[in-house]
Write a protein that binds this ligand. Sequence first.
Ligand code: HEC
Length: 147
Amino acid sequence: MPLRPLPLVVALLSASAALAHSGVSNPAVKARMHTMMQIADNTKVLGDMAKGKTAFDAEAARAAAAAIAAHSASVTALFSAEEQDPKSEALPAIWQDFETFSRKSEALTLAAAEAAGSIQSEADLKPALAGIGGACKSCHMDFRKPQ
Ligand code: HEC
C-alpha cells in the first residue's frame, strides 16, 4: 500500500488553526475563520509543492485544489449573516455589498475547481496558484482588515 502522509499533515494544520481561534466567542465567526484556515492550509499544500518544499504529487495537488473549491463554495453562506466578534477581521463592506463579496467568492471557487480538473504536471502549479492567490487577494483587499 502506498504511503499517503498528506491527509495527516492537513489534519495537523487544521488542529493548529482551531487553536488560533480559541479567543473567538461567536461560533458563526469561528466557523467562517475555520473555513478560511482550511482554504489557507490547502493553498499552502500547493504553494509548498510549487516552491519545491514538498515533492510534486499531481493527485495530492488536485485534491488540495478540490478542497479549496469545496470550502470556498460555503463562504457565501457562512458570511450571509452580519456576525461580529472583537477578533474578526471582516469589514462591514461585506454586508454593504454582499453581491460583490459573493462574486469574489465565486471567482475563487471557479479558479480552484479549474485547478482541480487541470493540474497534471509541476508546470501547472504556478498558473493554478496565480489564479487561486489572485482570488484571495482580490477579496481580502476589499473585505478583510489590512494585516
Ligand atoms: C470572498 C472573499 C474571500 C476570499 C475569496 C478569500 N478570503 Fe480569506 N478572508 C475573508 C474575510 C472576510 C476574512 C476575515 C474573516 C473574519 O475574521 O471574520 C478572511 C480571513 C482569512 C484568514 C484568517 C482566518 C483567521 O483565522 O482569522 C486566512 C488565513 C485567509 N482568509 C486565507 C485565504 C486564502 C488563502 C484565500 C484564497 C485561497 C482566501 N482567504 C480567500 C474573505 C475572503
